[in-house]
Design a protein around this ligand. Structure first.
Ligand SMILES: C[S@@+](CC[C@H](N)C(=O)[O-])C[C@H]1O[C@@H](n2cnc3c(N)ncnc32)[C@H](O)[C@@H]1O
Length: 484
């Protein structure tokens, strides 16, 4: 069989896995995939991909076995112990001191395999905070694409050999020994939320202080690594850290993270994402296909929307958040995990009620065309108006005043699809107006005081005049008496 035939059969195999088993392996390095599939074929003594595809079609359990072979679940406690020491001594104390005591410390072990990584992390947090504080203040997410690995992680039960790397004081403090097994502390385990999560496709967790993702990116193609890093950037809070495996780096997205220790692969969240980063997460368009002008138009609209200096949100007819640009993310503390959520479930519901806007715009749109803005041909199926003004948006340490412009988005037939909301920060204007008002009332007060002072002065002058006259007459009278 020629190389290209074999390549085609391999692609057909990947396609079958995607269509029938919901395993999209397109983000994984091809070399790794080929080696792992061939390893599985050797175990079954199958010689070529075509026969293996047939075997997959005839044996419904084989998808899971192949997937388990591809996802190398190898893990260990305190793997690269120097790096964990660095994390414990340099990073965890910073996370704790920066966090207000009433706010949860949120950490995420992404690609946690059978749990050794997340329990290592939890032991270090408990050592730094004390067990009681750790129970109260820490929220841990432990995710993996592999359900079997997650089931093991939830069990938290390890053999002698597996716990050999745990320092003995921590082993006796955090594990209970039962019949040759060591089981991690059940109370602390309750701080962990385990879940299936595909780093190549799913939205990240949000407001995370530390992402630990070790020895996972190494299996991904560079572009998938880049996308995953952008998602981590979205998921981290502003002071957040990222901890990678010892043989992993940052690919092209160097600037969105700043190295804290290159040796230990620990990075701090860096600059804001660029439009390019946002577009990286946008669904890929097939470059082989002819360019559809509508797609280009939509992409241009999306690019303009994302790059706008004004905060913008797009909400669909049913009130779901479709898009938010970087300005809106910063203003409203949104991230990619909020995309697709109902606006009424988000904090911005304090500000906007999309169904009211859409109904209002629908009503406006129904008015005779003469009273509406003229339209250009093609895609301008929109109608804009100024919504609420001077709306107050209060966050922990800031108050912003906003004017909201709404634009109805409708399809070619005129049916309303949703609304585009633009937020104009008018805080400076409001502050200036307040200042002018304050100065005006001060001016009125000073004018009044001046008037009163003038009146007092006038009365005093009059009194002075009359006193002077009295004095003159006394003087004349005295003169008169002297002359007598
Ligand atoms: C080599 S293990 C690393 C385990 C652990 N992080 C450590 O360093 O000890 C790689 C893990 O990544 C998981 N993984 C592979 N692809 C993934 C994906 N797309 N999303 C989430 N996890 C994935 C595998 O299931 C496996 O458990």
């Amino acid at each position: 069989m020629s190389i290209s035939e074999s390549q085609l059969e391999f692609e057909a195999l990947l396609d079958y896995l995607k269509q029938n088993c919901s395993y999209d392996l397109s983000g994984y390095k091809e070399g790794t995939l080929v080696r792992r599939v061939q390893y599985r074929m050797q175990q079954l003594e199958i010689e070529n991909y075509g026969n293996y595809l047939q075997y997959l079609q005839n044996n419904s359990d084989e998808c899971v076995s192949l997937f388990n072979t591809i996802l190398i679940n190898y893990s260990g406690f305190f793997r690269d112990s120097d790096s964990w020491d660095y994390l414990a001594n340099q990073i965890i104390p910073q996370i704790i001191t920066r966090k207000q005591s009433d706010k949860k410390i949120r950490v995420w072990s992404a690609g946690c395999a059978s749990g050794q990584e997340v329990y290592t992390l939890l032991m270090l947090l408990a050592e730094a905070l004390g067990i009681e504080q750790c129970l109260q203040r820490v929220q841990v997410f432990a995710t993996d694409i592999d359900e079997d690995a997650l089931a093991e992680a939830r069990q938290a039960s390890y053999s002698d050999k597996e716990v050999a790397n745990i320092p003995s004081d921590l082993l006796s403090k955090y594990f209970e020994q039962t019949q040759q097994r060591y089981v991690f502390d059940s109370k602390l385990r309750r701080t962990i939320i385990f879940g299936v999560h595909d780093l190549t496709n799913n939205a990240p967790m949000s407001k995370i202080d530390l992402v630990v993702c070790r020895n996972v990116l190494i299996y991904f193609k560079p572009q998938t690594q880049e996308k995953t890093l952008v998602r981590f950037h979205f998921g981290l809070c502003d002071n957040g850290f990222l901890f990678l495996g010892n043989s992993e780096g940052l690919t092209n997205n160097k600037y969105i993270f700043t190295p804290v220790s290159l040796k230990h692969r620990i990075f701090a969240k860096g600059q804001n994402l660029t439009l390019q980063d946002h577009l990286l997460l946008a669904p890929r368009t097939d470059t082989k296909k002819a360019v559809n002008p509508l797609t280009t138009q939509i992409q241009m609209w999306k690019a303009a929307f994302l790059a706008s200096p004004l905060a913008q949100l797009a909400v669909d007819r049913s009130g779901r958040l479709l898009l938010a640009n970087e300005q809106a993310n910063t203003l409203f503390n949104l991230n990619i995990s909020h995309i697709g959520a109902q606006v009424e479930d988000l904090e911005i519901a304090r500000l906007i009620n999309p169904s009211t806007f859409i109904n209002q715009l629908d009503r406006d749109r129904a008015k005779p065309s003469a009273v509406r803005r003229s339209r250009t041909a093609g895609s301008d199926n929109s109608h804009s108006s100024l919504g609420p003004k001077h709306i107050e948006w209060v966050t922990d340490n800031h108050t912003t005043y906003l004017n909201i412009y709404t634009t109805l988005i409708s399809d070619e037939s005129g049916k309303a699809l949703g609304t585009n909301l633009t937020f104009i920060d008018v805080t400076r204007n409001i502050l200036l107006e307040d200042e002018i008002e304050r100065l005006n009332s001060a001016l009125v007060k000073v004018t009044q005081e001046l008037k009163e002072t003038k009146e007092v002065l006038h009365t005093t002058t009059q009194q002075f005049d009359s006193t002077q006259k009295e004095l003159e007459s006394v003087h004349q009278e005295m003169q008169f008496r002297i002359n007598l």
